[in-house]
Design a protein around this ligand. Structure first.
Ligand code: PEP
Length: 252
């Protein structure tokens, strides 16, 4: 049985005071039961403080982005080694907002994925189609391309210490959620694509769903055989909303 991962992407939200309160609420309310892990991904300036605050709790910390470069003259960028240095264990790469708003290509995403792993950080690789792509019947080919870019660059073995997140762009921050069946179809495709290279690794990799996941729809999504958790935006900003999803992810 794969462990579930419930990851909160706080995006560009929060403040020292608000984060402190949100985290305290999450830590105090971690549901009983096992088989799941909680992760929060705050903005860069708060990472160190959040890493200190989660010490001794069941909550892990990740970043929302990372440079593909190791070090040097890259003004405004943050390296994987810096993230590892302050205690970050995960990083989101290839979020659709970064692909769309900052023109990140699948090849750049692959480089970030590799840079994270080189520093011992687990990348959470986001893939997903836009509404136009879905309506044009291109979902399968879009996902296959985005995943192939990383598979070709990093190789299948890299997926032994990586997480994949299927995030249909049309469901992010829109209140629209993929149905459990729609999500499962893509999750199954992702696992099959990895399985063509290595069945064991494909069987073990966690594949998260992201796109307006909330307490009310989490159980239905998580009941699907290839959905191993969630990458959560809006509902990760209120402790009770995030904990409701964590509760749905708890396994006996
Ligand atoms: C996200 O941005 O990763 C996301 C899934 O956001 P939301 O839950 O708000 O749709």
């Amino acid at each position: 049985m794969r462990e579930r991962l419930v990851a909160g992407n706080w995006k560009m939200n929060g403040s020292s005071a608000a984060n402190q309160e949100l985290l305290a609420g999450i830590i105090a309310g971690v549901p009983a039961g096992g088989g799941f892990r909680l992760l929060v991904c705050p903005p860069f300036p708060y990472l160190s403080t959040v890493c200190a605050q989660v010490q001794g709790s069941a909550v892990k910390v990740g970043a929302q982005n990372v440079s593909e470069h190791e070090s040097g003259a890259f003004t405004g960028e943050v390296s994987s080694r810096m993230l590892a240095d302050i205690g970050c264990e995960y990083v989101i790469v290839g979020h659709s907002e970064r692909r769309a708003m900052y023109d990140e290509s699948s090849f750049q995403v692959a480089a970030k994925f590799q840079a994270a792993q080189a520093a011992g950080i687990t990348p959470i690789l986001c893939v997903g189609e836009t509404l136009e792509e879905r309506e044009a019947g291109a979902t399968e080919s879009v996902i296959e391309f985005q995943l192939s870019a990383v598979l070709d660059a990093a190789g299948i073995k890299a997926f032994a210490s990586a997480v994949v997140a299927y995030e249909p762009v049309w469901a992010i921050g829109t209140g629209k959620t993929a149905s459990p069946e729609q999500a499962q179809e893509v999750h199954k495709q992702i696992r099959a694509q990895l399985g063509h290279k290595d069945v064991d690794i494909a069987d073990r990799v966690q594949i998260l769903y992201g796109g307006s996941m909330k307490g009310e729809n989490a159980a239905g999504l998580l009941a699907m055989p290839d959905i191993d958790g969630g990458l959560i935006g809006g509902a990760s900003l209120k402790a009770n909303d995030f904990l409701a999803i964590a509760q749905a992810a708890a396994q006996d």
